[in-house]
Design a protein around this ligand. Structure first.
Ligand code: MHO
Length: 212
């Protein structure tokens, strides 16, 4: 389930990280995702004791298939950047280079103009990303133990490096439709029995907003 092509990184915080893991996991061009804690100073943060860090998602993407602008568009559309939250759930864009910084700044201004609200999102340089505990990775997929087992996804290693894990974690909660799934299920190596179950879950959950 490994995809070995050149990639770029995007790192965002937009509330509880389970939902963005599913939302970004099914975006075309997204190769891998992992959730964790970043932006703070506390050494070795954990879910129960994350100190001044924020829950965030770290994305590996293929820039030839998806642009950083598209990922930003999804960022603004997937949470309310004008609502105040604790540091744990605050809105951040952690840029990896000047181009990302400029695009983030530009789209933040556009978001403010469009919503006529003060956007609280902070745009800051990416710093060390602490991968969260196993049970937070591909959280939705892990609720389907049979499926994770079938795919041989057991360690954190698998869960954060597997392309198929990122995709299915979004599909099973309906974050992309059957049509897109059918276009890539063969390439993902999914057999017909599993495909049937996934289509059923997509249809059941499509239209439900993402929840945490
Ligand atoms: N209500 C959830 C939020 C989890 S999210 C990873 C919980 O506290 O378990 O912060």
């Amino acid at each position: 389930h490994k995809v070995d092509i050149p990639f770029k990184k995007a790192t965002f915080a937009l509330g509880c990280f389970w939902a963005p893991d599913s939302i970004y996991g099914v975006v075309k061009g997204v190769l891998r995702t992992r959730v964790g804690y970043t932006g703070g100073t506390k050494a070795a943060p954990t879910y129960r004791d994350l100190g001044d860090h924020t829950e965030a998602i770290d994305i590996d993407f293929d820039p030839n298939t998806v642009t950083y602008e598209k990922l930003l568009k999804i960022f603004w559309a997937s949470h309310n950047p004008a609502s105040a939250s604790s540091k744990q759930y605050s809105s951040f864009i952690y840029y990896h280079d000047d181009e990302q910084k400029d695009l983030a700044t530009k789209t933040l201004k556009a978001q403010e103009a469009k919503s006529k609200k003060t956007v609280l999102t902070k745009i800051v340089p990416a710093t060390e990303f602490f991968v969260a505990e196993d049970y937070h990775q591909k959280y939705r997929l892990q609720q389907h133990r049979e499926m994770s087992k079938l795919l041989g996804l057991s360690s954190t290693e698998d869960l954060v490096n597997s392309h198929i894990a990122a995709r299915l974690n979004g599909y099973i909660v309906g974050r992309a439709g059957v049509k897109q799934f059918d276009e890539e299920s063969a390439a993902l190596g999914i057999d017909e029995n599993l495909a049937k179950e996934i289509r059923r879950l997509i249809q059941k959950n499509e239209g439900n907003g993402p929840s945490c």
